[in-house]
Design a protein around this ligand. Sequence first.
Ligand code: SAH
Length: 351
Amino acid sequence: MPSQSTHLLDSLDSTLTAWLAERDVPKFRGKQIRNWLFEKRAADWQAMTNLPQALRDQLTAELPLWTSSVAKHTKAEDGTEKLLLSLADGGQIECVLLRDKVRRTICISTQVGCGMGCVFCASGLDGVDRNLTTGEIIEQILLLQNLLAKEERLSHIVVMGMGEPLANLDGLLPALEEAHREDGLGISARRITISTVGLPASIDRLAKHKRTYRLAISLHAPNDELRNKLVPVNDKIGLDAILDAADRYFDVSGRRLTYEYVLLHDLNDQDEHARELADRLSGREALLNVIPYNPVAGLPYETPTLARQHAFRDILEQAGIRVQFRHRKGNRIDAACGQLRRSQQEVFALE
Ligand code: SAH
């Protein structure tokens, strides 16, 4: 049995340094291991061929590299791939690789389930079980990177999978640090986006962090009355407090914020919603990312017609708001925004 129960990737440097020192293995082996993991995409200890065989065997026996296993791997024709991972305690999460021209973006989860309760989202249907550990988050990143062909390079990370990332900053930030570090994945902070339902205190905490990641805030409604219905946690927060925190983040980071808006037929897609939204956002350095609703089995919502989508867009653009519609990547394998879930019940999917 492995001699330790913690995840190696929860604190890679300290665990590895101590393990190597206890066995009188020279320090440079630690650097080689890092390189194998992040750069050379090793699948296991045995793949690390410049380590002595005896060391590889000892690592295999004593220090589990992965704690999750791939329960299902789904591929779509557009190049999107989705992994369903089973965690050590039996919990399940999903994460996604998206291919778009030269971009290789991965979408990672931060919690098992989600506690925010957005009414149109699959991830929160059964509430939240627990936060993912740093190691479990890094593991998703590495397993997804390992899906790439040799000539492909991981270019972007979006923290838009299952869960509310700002409710798990302690787990997330050290994982993103590994993604950012030169001797990690070397991905610059501007290519890493964290998406949040809008938790002001955590946005302020993020503003003080040494890395200025891109921030995306899920609005979904231009006023509190409607937002309370679609995003129940809004009740205790309110749009003003969220936008104020977002403005503070912009002041500190200098990075343009993205606002996300799931477009739901009849509920938040009318002309008056577009006009009110334009009023809210005008004067702000912002990009509005509109996501036409991706259907979730069992939920009663509908995607607006193309004509309605265009009308909504026109009003915002005429008011001077920068608008982008998000393509439906991965929706044929239920890998698009809001379709990730922890149980596989009725969903699935072409291989
Ligand atoms: N908890 C974070 C990350 C969630 S997922 C957040 O709230 O931002 C990323 C985006 O997908 C969010 O904007 C979320 O509201 C949106 N989303 C959720 N369900 C969706 C659905 N069924 N169709 C389209 N987008 C959805």
